[in-house]
Write a protein that binds this ligand. Sequence first.
Ligand code: GDP
Length: 205
Amino acid sequence: MSDNRTKTLMQGATFELSVPDVLSMPPDIGAEVAFVGRSNSGKSSALNTLCSRKNLARTSRTPGRTQHMVIFKLDSTRRLVDLPGFGYAKVPKFVREKWQLELPRYLNGRECLRGLVLLVDIRHPLMPAEEAAIEWCAHYRKPLHILLNKSDKISKGAAATVFLRVKRRLEEESSPTSVQLFSALRRRGLEECWHQLDQWLWKKG
Ligand code: GDP
């Protein structure tokens, strides 16, 4: 299941730009995959691990930086997008509300968006903001892949139980969905995730 072209591509990811809203994004061409998650779910750690970098996405960002969409260039037509973390207690309410509008706007209008990776802390799955993300993806028929991160923090049995619970929840949706165990810290689940990204990034338009 080793998707070396995607692994290699991600290792060469470079910061392209950071934008405050969907309207300021690069032209809607090529293929992109976006990462989203509640703050502290390990989104930055996962991006760094998947790209084999220490500091591509910043871990533990300051509140001011959490509002921007950060775009990483993979090659001339492919990109990764680090969406603002949601549920971040320290950002003002109006910023959170803005993002509740901005995410569906992004999912709706963005033709080149091939799929969304949702980072979930395996110890706190299916929180309201995550339910909302699942529903938006289903509504706009965008493929969704969930990483149950921090799987190193719980036993194998407990992880398998959460995996099944989330899998069953996703089966309720008719749009393409998948879920896997992951640990950014222990570098677990990387091959499976690269495989999913490979399918999306090379899918014909
Ligand atoms: P973000 O806010 O979603 O970008 O989360 P960060 O990547 O900044 O991670 C939040 C905290 O969780 C940091 O202290 C990370 O070291 C920790 N963390 C991230 N991934 C894992 C993981 O897989 N296992 C464990 N045990 N800790 C993790």
